[in-house]
Design a protein around this ligand. Sequence first.
Ligand SMILES: N[C@@H](CCC(=O)N[C@@H](CS)C(=O)NCC(=O)O)C(=O)O
Length: 241
Amino acid sequence: MKYELYYWPQIQGRGEFVRLALEECGAEYVDVAREPSAGGIEAMLRLLGEHSAGHRPFAPPFLRAGELLIGQTANILDFLGARHSLAPTSEAGRRWTLQLQLTLSDLVDEVHDTHHPIAGSLYYEDQKPEAERRAGDFVHQRLPKFLDYFEQVLQHNTAGAAHLVGERLSYADLSLFQLVAGLQYAYPHALGRLAATHTRVMALHEAVKARPRIRAYLVSPRRVPFNQKGIFRRYPELDPP
Ligand SMILES: N[C@@H](CCC(=O)N[C@@H](CS)C(=O)NCC(=O)O)C(=O)O
């Protein structure tokens, strides 16, 4: 079955967590909003605007899988994880993987809020002083706290030190890879200071990056480059050396 992924065409954003899972498992999919022949952005907006549809998603990303239309990044990954062996089969294992993903989603929200602490509808330039205060707290308090947590999860996973869950790759590993990649782009100084004390997180990032399908994807035109419209943005004033 060919999946349909719906996400904003110009950014990696939250859609990237789904793209990475689809790419790693070699699933057939179409990135609808980036593909005019599949309906393009209009097809996505149409689905978002179908007010009479009972299970309409609130925001992208969402995934069509046959009859199912699934929204919320972590929910989509939970679905794909079960279908494509990107999560354990046990109930405990699935919940743990989803729990890690939801924690990663919280971190994604906090990264976003460093450049848009007041409102997503305002320009960054309209909330710069607040962004600098928020980014200061993020860099010194929140990011170390999140990275400490994932480092400890890796350390205590005796089944497979290079994975967050058990002894096999899961979608949570792919998502932690993406988090580190985004931070390398947006917060290179902050991440640089933390890298030496978070060696397991950094090693996981390298290991995922080297996986054959991920490596091929990262250099393909399907990977949207990081840019100043996405969640991870490079504003040097928010990340002083
Ligand atoms: N919790 C949702 C958040 C979805 C979300 O915020 N999507 C953004 C793009 S990354 C969006 O288009 N939001 C529109 C809105 O919130 O009005 C998820 O993880 O999928």
